[in-house]
Each structure stands twice: as structure tokens, then as C-alpha cells.
Design a protein around this ligand. Structure first.
Ligand SMILES: [Fe+2]
Ligand SMILES: [Fe+2]
Length: 364
């Protein structure tokens, strides 16, 4: 087991950068991260954060039979539109839906700043066992703050929000950005029902903390297909005006996401290995709670992807193609035929009304 001193880090340490030889400057803006003496990109705030997360994971595995939480690849839907669909649009001069998607990604990355506002109740108030020298004990001690800064930028320094905007602007030569995107995202969010309480025996702020972290972990893991898609698309000289620079930028953002996935799965695993204290002073297995939260997040995201996303993409394509292609319906049919087929895992299938839900299979 690691020495205790190598498991405890100050707030300043968890926000410290590795030594950089050159900053990352994109379109005149200083962004986070930069390049070491060998010219390799180094993610921001990783000098201590990355070894710390590794040490907490090792400690968890050495002290608990609970494996690290994992969202398996079969849960992650391929990106919609696919690369082939996006290329069909771009080659026909229908750029707006792609500009829209890249802008949405940038805006949603910016929302990541809200993670620093998530209330964390005192750990001893809801966990029976000690949390000394764990990732859990560092959530408000730098982990949430580093995450927030990575996503939304900090001070004069751009973060993922600004880096996605830059990737869009270099790939498509400063395209016109539709003005209604933020409004559309806000509209979609407000129409989504707030999830019902799932673990009503827990104090509400504890359920909110666990639910939020499970949801963000699912978003971070699902983003893998977005990165793959974007890197391939903006890196394709057939459709991108600056393939090398744009694809490099996306690869830097992708590299920065790795500590987010790793600290969240560590923290959720640490909770899973412990006993939760319910509102009335009883007990609940952490494993049961974490599993339930993860499964719900995945089900919601997969269903949203299967139902709503396809409808949004289809209507956006029809509207943008009008006037640009001879026959919008034929173009839409061509577009649909290029979708990447995907079968969701059994637990997340959209069941016909009345059918019993499939048994869960998420988490470990
Ligand atoms: Fe991000
Ligand atoms: Fe992230």
C-alpha cells in the first residue's frame, strides 16, 4: 500500500501544471496546457493530479475487493451523424448542421464549470468508513476545481469551450454560427424532467452528489465517440480547411479528458467499497447505490440518443439542405442510409410499453 504522504495533496498541488516549454496558443488566444521540451502536448493541471489519481486507484484496489467502476464500450453509441453522414453534408455545401454540432459541444463543455458549485456534504455524515487519503477526500480540495477549469477555461486562459470553438473555426474558416444554439440547448434542458429520486433512503444532497458524478462520468465516457468522430472529420482534407491543426486541437482536448474519467471512476469506486448512512441512520451498500446511479444515467443517455438525437439531427438536416440540394427528401434518405448501425446493450433497450425492464448489467 502506498505511503499516506503520497496519497494527500494540497489544493495548489492538484491545480499545478507540469513544466512547459511553450504555451498552447490558438487563434491568438492562450489556451490551457502546452508543450514540453520534446514538443509533446501536456494537459493542464496534471503535475500532481495524474499521479495522485493513480495512487488512489492503487490504494483502492489494494484495500477493497470492489473493482474500479467501468462503463464498458458496448454502452457507448457511435456518433450521430456518422463521419460518412457529416461528409455527405459538407460535400454538398450543407455546413450549418456540423457548425451547429461543434458549437453545441463547445457550449456544453463550458457548462462543466458548474461542477465546482456542487455541494459536497461532510463525508463522515454519509459514509460509515474512513475516507482519509482518498480521492473522495480531495473532491473539494482541487479535483472539482481542476475539472471546472479544464472545461470552461480560467482567467485569461481558454479551456475546452474555447478550444472546440477554435477547432470549428480553423476547420471551416470562421463559419457563420447560428445565433439560436444556446437557446435551443436551454430549451431542451428545461423540457427534460428532473429525475425522480432513486435512492430515497439517502439524504437528498448525497443522492444529488452521487447522481451528478455518475452522470458526468457517463458523459465523459460517451464523449469518446464524439472525439473520434470530430478528430476524423475535421482532420479530413476532403472537407476540412485546416485538417492538421483542427485534428491536433481535438486530440489535445481528448487527452485532457482522461483525468476526468479516472478521478470520477476512482471516487465512485471508493463510495462503492463503503457503507452509506441513510437519512434515518440506517445503512445502504455503497456498491448498490453507485450501480443504480450509473445504470440510470446510462439508460437515460442511451434512450435520449436513440430517440431525441435522431429527430433533432434529421430536422436540422432537412432545414439546412433546403435550397442547397435538388431534392431534400432524396438527400435525407441518402443521409439516413449512412448512419452507423448500433444495437444498445440489453439493459438500456427502449422497451415497448408494458414490457418488463431487462436486468441491469452496469458497473463492475
Ligand atoms: Fe472537456
Ligand atoms: Fe471532461
Amino acid at each position: 500500500m502506498a505511503q499516506e504522504s503520497s496519497l494527500n495533496f494540497s489544493y495548489e498541488q492538484l491545480l499545478s501544471n507540469v513544466k512547459l516549454d511553450a504555451p498552447l496558443i490558438v487563434g491568438g488566444m492562450r489556451c490551457h496546457g502546452g508543450f514540453d521540451a520534446d514538443g509533446n502536448y501536456r494537459s493542464p493541471r496534471t503535475m500532481w493530479r495524474v499521479p495522485a489519481i493513480e495512487a488512489w486507484q492503487q490504494q483502492h484496489l489494494a484495500t477493497s475487493p470492489v473493482p474500479l467502476v467501468q462503463i464498458t464500450a458496448d454502452c457507448v453509441p457511435p456518433h450521430l451523424p456518422s463521419v460518412a453522414q457529416a461528409k455527405l453534408l459538407l460535400k454538398n455545401g450543407v455546413r450549418e448542421p456540423i457548425v451547429r454540432i461543434l458549437t453545441e459541444i463547445a457550449i456544453i463543455e463550458g457548462f462543466g464549470a458548474t461542477i465546482r458549485d456542487l455541494p459536497v456534504p461532510p463525508l463522515a455524515s454519509f459514509l460509515r468508513e474512513s475516507t482519509a487519503s482518498t480521492a473522495l477526500a480531495h473532491l473539494t480540495g482541487g479535483l472539482f476545481e481542476a475539472h471546472a477549469r479544464d472545461e470552461a477555461g480560467w482567467g485569461e486562459e481558454g479551456g475546452h469551450k474555447q478550444m472546440w470553438e477554435a477547432a470549428r473555426d480553423v476547420a471551416f474558416s470562421n463559419p457563420d454560427v447560428p445565433a439560436d444554439i444556446l437557446m435551443m440547448i436551454m430549451g431542451r434542458r428545461s423540457s427534460q424532467n428532473r429525475p425522480q429520486r432513486l435512492l430515497a433512503a439517502l439524504p437528498e444532497p448525497v443522492e444529488r452528489l452521487l447522481g451528478f458524478m455518475a452522470g458526468v462520468l457517463a458523459i465523459e465516457v460517451f464523449a469518446r465517440s464524439t472525439f473520434q468522430w470530430a478528430e476524423e472529420l475535421v482532420g479530413d482534407p476532403e472537407v476540412s480547411d485546416s485538417p492538421e491543426q483542427a485534428a491536433r486541437l481535438v486530440s489535445y482536448i481528448r487527452a485532457d479528458e482522461s483525468p476526468h474519467v479516472e478521478y470520477l471512476r476512482t471516487v465512485l469506486s471508493e463510495v462503492a467499497a463503503r457503507t452509506l448512512i441513510t437519512a434515518d441512520g440506517g445503512e445502504m451498500a455503497g456498491r448498490e447505490a453507485v450501480n443504480a446511479m450509473l445504470e440510470r444515467s446510462l439508460k437515460m443517455m442511451i434512450r435520449q440518443r436513440i430517440r431525441d438525437r435522431r429527430d433533432q439531427v434529421r430536422s436540422s438536416i432537412r432545414a439546412a439542405a433546403a435550397g442547397k440540394v435538388a431534392d431534400v427528401e432524396e438527400f435525407a434518405a441518402q443521409f439516413d442510409a449512412l448512419e452507423t448501425p448500433w444495437e444498445p446493450p440489453a439493459f438500456a433497450r427502449v422497451e415497448p410499453a408494458g414490457a418488463p425492464p431487462a436486468a441491469g448489467q452496469v458497473g463492475y
